[in-house]
Each structure stands twice: as C-alpha cells, then as structure tokens.
Write a protein that binds this ligand. Structure first.
Ligand SMILES: C[S@@+](CC[C@H](N)C(=O)[O-])C[C@H]1O[C@@H](n2cnc3c(N)ncnc32)[C@H](O)[C@@H]1O
Length: 283
C-alpha cells in the first residue's frame, strides 16, 4: 500500500520544538499533573510499565522518579533521542527504544532485557496525549496487552476524544470522519483517528474509569456519565481480568466467525475499525 505520509517524519520534526512548545504550555502542564496523579495512584513503586508513544519521555521520567520501571517506545527516532538526552545520567532512567507500536510485540522482550528485568510480563501500559490516535486500529494494543500484561494489570490510555461537546455544539464534525481527520504536525499532514471510549470495551478487559480531560473543571463532572464521554481528551483505565478470551483471537482476519458471546456493540465497533484500517491512506 502506498505510504503517502509518515508519522515518524512528522514527529521527528515536531520533536525539535515539542518541549519548548507543547510541553511548556501551562495547560499541558496542568493536564499532565492531573494525569500523573492517576498514574501514581495506579502504579506503585516497583511496577513495570510500557509507555507507548512516549514522545520526549515526560511521563516515563515522572513514573521512573516515582520508582516505576518503564520501557518507553516511540516511532520517532528524534523524540527518543531527546528523551534519552533528557534522562541521561539520572538515577532512575527509563529504557527508551525506537519502535512502532504495531511491531512492539516482537521487540518488547529485547527492551525488557535491556532494562535488566528479563521479565516476560508487565504490570501495565500507559499511553498519553493521543499517541493512540495515530492508529487506525487499536488491535496492536490489545495484542500487546494480551501477550504481556499480567492478569489484573492495568492500561491507562489518554486519547483525543471523538465526541467533543464544544465542537459538536458548533456543528464541527471533523472528528467523526471514518478515515481519520488530517492535522498539521511538524509541517506534515497526518490523519488522526478518534476512537471513542466504547472502542476500548475489549473482551477480557474491564473499562473501570473514563475521565474527561481538558473540558470540565469540576472533578465530579469529569467522571460523571455522560459528560465523561464528551471531553476534548479522555483518560481510560482498563483492567485485564484474564477471565475471558482475548480480543485479537476473536477477530482474526481469516474470516473465522466470531463467537456469539461477542456483544453486538463490540461487533459494530470492530467492523468500523476494520473499515478504517482498509482506508487507502493508512500506513
Ligand atoms: C502527541 S505525541 C504524545 C507524546 C507523549 N505521549 C506525551 O505525552 O508527550 C504522540 C507520539 O506518538 C508517537 N507515535 C505515533 N504513532 C506511533 C506508533 N505507531 N508507534 C509508536 N509511537 C507512535 C509519535 O511519534 C509521538 O511522539
């Protein structure tokens, strides 16, 4: 399939200004502080966590300072270079690696070995500020979680939302486009895919918390249904319960019929994801 754009090139260029621009904004720092409170409450010191799309390593560094061991990956070599430079020489430094999350299942053992843990299971996955919006399908995340996250482990995912009340009220519907909506990043146009919280209802995982971010100031409103589904971003917490069959085994591309146990809403979401994956401009 023709590669009409490259996320890694776009984010390589963005890396040059990421810390001085986006990361330096007061609004970004306030949001990160909120997200770090959640992360620290969920992952005690000594946990082992994978950070997907880590950028320049802000979250990975904060978790490491909290005593969490972190393997952090990003598809952009320039982001990883900056992340390594920022954390070089610090007593608790994450292991950073250039890796596309879609290939991460193959590379994670090597990265875990590099961190000296030689573990083959991890306590959780984090991904912040829309890294997962760069994926047309979330299937690589479920595959990783199925393979590596221990039963009872937790995923904390921050995505840009599909249903943003303020834009909907102005009849701005760009986030609803089925093939992704292009945004400017590092001088390139890249499509983002706006997965709503219901796209995270995976068999074998419980969606235990959805919190609206960058939208409502009152914390009781941020987590109250349905407003928690209508923020600009949302933070989702999923717990792997391990008691049911994992997602990717239910949705093989070989056309094996899915068991009747899969709810209709999940079937609709997954067929929408597959339609989006087939879009011509997706790498
Ligand atoms: C908006 S930035 C967020 C960075 C970081 N999580 C943060 O909180 O600052 C999105 C990041 O996702 C990375 N990314 C995009 N697609 C990816 C992929 N397929 N695999 C790994 N990283 C990816 C980009 O390179 C970029 O660094």
């Amino acid at each position: 399939m023709a590669r009409l754009f490259s996320y890694s090139l776009a984010f390589d260029r963005e890396a040059k200004v990421y810390d001085e621009g986006f990361n330096a904004l007061a609004s970004t720092q306030a949001l990160r502080a909120r997200i770090w409170r959640e992360l620290r409450a969920i992952f005690p010191p000594g946990s082992l966590v994978l950070d997907i799309g880590c950028g320049t390593g802000q979250d990975a560094g904060a978790l490491a300072e909290h005593g969490v061991e972190v393997v952090a990956i990003d598809v952009s070599p320039a982001m990883i270079e900056r992340a390594k430079a920022k954390h070089d020489g610090k007593p608790a430094s994450p292991v950073f690696g250039v890796c596309d999350v879609r290939d991460a299942a193959d590379h994670l053992p090597r990265l875990l070995d590099q961190g000296g843990r030689h573990a083959r299971t991890i306590d959780g996955i984090v991904s912040n500020f829309g890294a997962l919006n760069c994926l047309a399908s979330l299937e690589p995340i479920t595959r990783l979680a199925d393979q590596y996250v221990r039963p009872g482990g937790v995923l904390v995912l921050v995505l840009i939302n599909r249903w943003y009340l303020r834009e909907l009220a102005r009849f701005e519907l760009r986030r609803l486009r089925p093939n992704g909506s292009p945004v400017r990043c590092g001088g390139h146009e890249i499509p983002l895919f706006y997965h709503p919280p219901r796209a995270l209802r995976w068999p074998g995982y419980s969606l235990t918390r959805v919190m609206a971010l960058a939208s409502f100031s009152r914390s009781d409103v941020q987590t109250r249904w349905p407003l928690n589904r209508l923020g600009d971003h949302y933070l989702a917490v999923l717990r792997k319960d391990g008691s049911r069959r994992p997602f990717h085994r239910l949705t093989t591309a070989s056309g094996v019929p899915r068991p009747r146990t899969e709810p209709a809403s999940t079937r609709r979401t997954h067929s929408a994801i597959r339609r989006r994956s087939a879009a011509s401009w997706v790498t």
